[in-house]
Structures are given as C-alpha cells and as structure tokens.
Design a protein around this ligand. Sequence first.
Ligand code: FA5
Length: 339
Amino acid sequence: MDKEKIRGLLKEAEAKIGIAKGLNEVEKIKKEYLGRKDGQISLILRGLKDMKPEQKKEVGPMANSAKIEIEKMIKDKEEWFLLQGQEVAGFDITLPGSKTTTGHMHPIEIVRQELEVIFNSMGFDVIEGDNLVSDYYNFESLNIPPDHPARDMQDTFFIKGHKELVMRTHTSAMQVKIMEEREPPLRVVVPGRCFRNEATDASHEHTFHQLEGFIVDKNISISNLIYTQKMILKEIFKKDVKVRLRPGYFPFVEPGFELDCSCLICDGKGCPVCKGSGWVELIPCGMIHPKVLESAGYPKGKYTGFAFGLGLTRLAMMKFGIDDIRLFMDGDLRFLKQF
Ligand code: FA5
C-alpha cells in the first residue's frame, strides 16, 4: 500500500513541479511533499519507526529516494526560474539595483592617462619602469659619478643595507635601461613615481610623479625638442600657453634647458605655487649627453636625441588649479571628490 502511495506521490509531485508557474508555487509543492511537519513524504518517513522490520526494509529506501528525487526536481525548477529572472525567497534579481557611490580616478591618474593618449598619438611607447633602481641607472649611467656634486640636487632615499639601491629620484633613471634594451629610432615616455628626501611645502612632496620622455635617432636637433614641447603643452592645456626657455644644468643633457610655463593658478601674477615669480618650472629638458648614449652602448656619434622630465604632479596642479601639492596624498575625500 505504502509502496503504491509513494509511487503515486512521486508522479503527482513531478506533474505539479512541471506545471508550476513561479517560485511561490514551487515553494508550496515543496511544503506539500517534503514539509517537516506534514509533508506527505515526510509523514511516511516518520512512520517508518512504527513499521514491522520487513515493511520498513521495503518502504524506507523507496521513500528516501522519492524524497531525494523530489528535492532535485524542485532545485532544478528553482534554478530555471532564477535564470528566467523570477524572484526567489524575497530576492528579486530583476529589480533595479540600489544606488551605490563608486570611486573614480585620482587627479594624477587622470592627467597621466591624458598624457599617455597624447604621447601615443605622437608615436611614443609608454613604459612605466621601476620605482626601486640601482645607483648606476639613477646616477652613474647618466653621467653623475659617485661624489659628483650634482647628486646633491636630488636628496635620495637609500635602502638600508643595500647602498647600491635607491628609490628613483627621477624617471630619467629609466633612460639607459630602456636604451640598452632597444635600438634607435626610439620614442619613449616613462610616467611614474619619484622619491626625494625633501621637506614638503606647497609645491614639493617627497613622493611625486614625473613623466620622462626621450627620442633617439639620427639627426635629432634642438628644433625637434622645442617643437615637440610646444605641441605637448598645447595638447595638454587645450590652448596656447606662454612658455620660456632658460639654460638649465643637468649632467645628462648638453645643452640643457628649463622650460617654464606661465603660472595658470595666478595667471602669472605671483602666488605661493610659483613662489611669486609668475612662472612655474615645468619641463627640464635638453639634448642627450653623448656620455649617456655611450652608457647605452650606442656607437659613438651615430645617434643624437633629446630628453625631458615633465613634472606630472605640478602639471596636474596647473591643470586643475590646485594650490597645494600636499592635497594629492592627504586622502581627504572632500578634495578627491571634486574630480
Ligand atoms: C629632473 O628630475 C631631471 N631628471 C629632469 C630632466 C629629464 C632634465 C630629462 C633633462 C632631461 P628636476 O629635479 O628639476 O629634474 O625635476 C623635474 C621636475 O620634477 C621639476 O620641474 C618639478 O616639476 C618636478 N619635481 C621635482 N622635485 C619635486 C618635488 N619634490 N615635488 C614635486 N615635483 C617635483
């Protein structure tokens, strides 16, 4: 009798699950057959303890496999409804999501990506390079031997116990490393962090971003350098920006220049960022020193090139009108949310 009943219940459940029109209905069917208190299969299973051993032997396994089968059919049906976007136990995946606040790019990253697009369009490859570099690449390969006074221009973070390693003080540290790996013609930009053991103020940070750029080829001249810088600034500021070139000393370029741009914070009138001068030192640059090309292993006299080291953090200050460099790393959301 029980065996017949179980077979009947199984068929019945299968039919009902087959035509169920939603998860609510499936839940009801589940309760009807497997509900703990009075589910029809559950009642049979509970009655096993009062059965004679022989009857128990026959009915027990049958009731159990009916339970397992019904459970499986119910699970499959629930999953099917879920895929169709039906609600499940109070959770409706078709409802529109509630609003959350999402993050956004840091202003430095915004400027960096903009620059990468500009330089890419001008045929430059973008290489990030390393933050921790050898003393050789940061200084020596750039014509700055040990004890050279030019080392004092960039207060350096050395690594305890590893005198030969430094946190790169400038992205120029990637110049020779990249040149060693590639043959001219070369057009490369290296955006990234630099570190200097400096006291901070409105325009100086211990950690800041630069973007190094260099071109090495045959017959590269100062006119190529000036034209490229002007084009870059025009693209960045979307307008003609007043610039001036001054002689500048860097051991790895000859001749060397400082390209300043008129302070966009105060319109050249003078403010803490430009230290009252109306000009901001933006792009130190120059023709690559023959000693650097020699460090790279290029044949003497075969190639010339120019290099520049754009102060990316200061550029972001100009672009967004930020008058204190320290705001970039303060983590103050009132500042960051404005971008
Ligand atoms: C250099 O770092 C050279 N490597 C640049 C260079 C490259 C010259 C290629 C010639 C050829 P300088 O120390 O001036 O130069 O730094 C370059 C720029 O980085 C500065 O103009 C400035 O915009 C930025 N900078 C330097 N120090 C800091 C600092 N502490 N905080 C924020 N920006 C800084």
